[in-house]
Design a protein around this ligand. Structure first.
Ligand SMILES: [Mn+2]
Length: 502
């Protein structure tokens, strides 16, 4: 393995997990962790197929082997060999075990923290498994001193969605109160089917792809929707959400929003409907979240996973993906004030979707501060750097994570980081030339994706990670992606400049 070329075997050698707190949550959850001092190194895996632990209990050693096997395989194995290192029945066992925990969590998990604990919040990861390892390398793994909250969108776009999600599930099973996995809008049947995850699973499990995919959809629907950390920070994938009944005594914010609307924003009156007012955490708590297909549009469920903040006051329907809401600073203030919270950390918007909206922030550092109001702040956090990968659009963006520190936990410290260098074989892709937005929007396929709220169509790419050196069959794209081919196809290697054929 060429360590000098990127994330090498030695890169995680310095990470130590010290499990020494005899009274800590870790010990309470795992007797085998008690008094244990573990030096963790991610090195060469055993290269045997992963097997399910004999007594059914996941250990730290099992997770470390899983992590290093996936890293090793991402450089040394083809996609179609994946099932030989991670058998489908092990995947299914792991998901079943995680499901037992996740389905018992409430829609909005309340995370209490003591003064010895830091909380790390992480945004969209989008299948960029090596970048997740990079985060852990710099900040450390889940432990009795460090708790993680993930804001969803583990999958689609990056090539290792399955590995990334399975590793997170393994940690969830191992330390259920040290890692919280929230749902993103991509963790749904309607989006994961068209944006790459289904294709990835089918290529990794040529025989059992449908079974594994269905199993993933089941656990996606069990992921909780939001968290409240230390009674002061609300995190979720999209953001705020509507009240589903104006007569509900639990809804609030209607008056403030309407007044502000009429007086300041100049927005057309018909945009203001009497039924669109801000929902409360009580209402979020009551949502039936175990729904695989989010296009079914339970309003609160889709809002919380799809909504975006805006600089304009008020609460309006979002035109991005025909789902969710746009909410203004007045709504952020109303929500924080009513919920007695100080910070919102949401994700959902990366550099590509921001680039579609003129005049707004960029996400080139992986985070932004969107609203600063009397009661607190709203931030957007995106943790997939160099996004979207495998496309000709390159924003050279950084990813970021946020650290919340005791005793107050109310001032997130944002840390930006660059993408891990990927293996040369992975970068060799054939992509359809997408040299201009005008070319992209001329494609019916791209328009369809934009209508789904997907800023960058996935239909432009065929990854050659599993058959490097073999010419790709371009026509595979239309079958795989279910989209018509653009008329101006070009092949290129992303390591070389685009050859212009005008
Ligand atoms: Mn999203």
């Amino acid at each position: 393995m060429g360590d000098e070329e990127g994330l090498g075997a030695h890169d995680l050698q310095d990470i130590e997990i010290i499990m020494e707190d005899k009274e800590g949550l870790v010990c309470g959850e795992h007797s085998d962790m008690q008094d244990k001092h573990v030096d963790m190194e991610l090195g060469e895996p055993t290269q045997d197929p992963i097997s399910w632990p004999q007594n059914g209990e996941i250990t730290l050693e099992w997770i470390v082997n899983l992590m290093e096997t996936f890293k090793w395989a991402s450089w040394n194995k083809s996609l179609s060999e994946f099932a030989s290192i991670m058998p489908h029945f092990v995947v299914e066992e792991l998901i079943t075990k995680a499901s037992h925990i996740l389905c018992q969590e409430p829609n909005c998990v309340k995370i209490q923290c003591d003064n010895n604990t830091e909380v790390v919040v992480i945004g969209d990861l989008r299948g960029q498994y090596l970048d997740l390892l990079g985060i852990w390398e710099s900040v450390g793994l889940p432990s009795d001193k460090q708790l993680f909250v993930f804001n969803g969108n583990y999958i689609d776009r990056g090539k290792s969605s399955l590995e990334l999600f399975l590793v997170l599930l393994a940690w969830k099973v191992f330390l259920p109160h040290r890692i919280y996995l929230l749902r993103g809008n991509h963790e749904s049947s309607d989006i994961s089917e068209i944006c790459g995850f289904l294709k990835e699973v089918n290529r990794k499990f040529p025989e059992h792809g449908q079974t594994v995919y269905r199993k993933c959809l089941e656990v996606f629907a069990e992921l909780p929707l939001a968290s409240i950390i230390a009674d002061c920070v609300y995190t979720t994938h999209g953001g705020l959400f509507r009240s589903e009944g104006i007569t509900s005594s639990q809804s609030f914010g209607e008056k403030e929003i309407q007044d502000d609307h009429g007086n300041k924003s100049g927005r057309k009156k018909q945009k203001i409907t009497t039924t669109l007012c801000l929902g409360s955490l009580d209402e979020l708590h009551q949502v039936s979240r175990f729904v695989q297909d989010l296009s079914a549009k339970d309003a609160i469920l889709t809002d919380v996973l799809w909504s975006d903040p805006t600089t304009e006051s008020g609460l309006t329907e979002n035109n991005r993906g025909d789902a969710g809401l746009l909410w203004g600073p007045d709504c952020t203030e109303a929500f924080l004030e009513h919920s007695k919270l100080k910070v919102i950390i949401r994700s959902h918007e990366g550099p590509d979707s921001i680039a579609c909206q003129k005049g707004l922030k960029n996400m080139l550092e992986g985070y932004s501060t969107d609203h600063e109001v009397e009661s607190g702040k709203l931030h957007t956090l995106f943790s997939a750097p160099d996004y979207p990968q495998h496309t000709s659009k390159d924003y050279k963006s950084k990813g970021a994570y946020a650290i919340l520190k005791p005793p107050n936990f109310d001032t997130p410290e944002f840390v930006s980081f660059e993408a891990r260098k990927r293996h040369e074989a992975e970068i060799k892709t054939i992509s359809f030339a997408q040299q201009s937005d005008s070319a992209a929007t001329s494609s019916g396929a791209d328009i369809a994706f934009r209508a789904s709220g997907i800023a960058t169509s996935p239909s432009w790419i065929i990854s050659l990670a599993d058959d490097v050196g073999t010419p790709a069959q371009i026509s595979e794209a239309s079958k795989v992606e279910g989209s018509p081919l653009p008329s101006d196809l070009q092949c290129r290697n992303l390591t070389s400049p685009i050859t212009s054929t005008s």
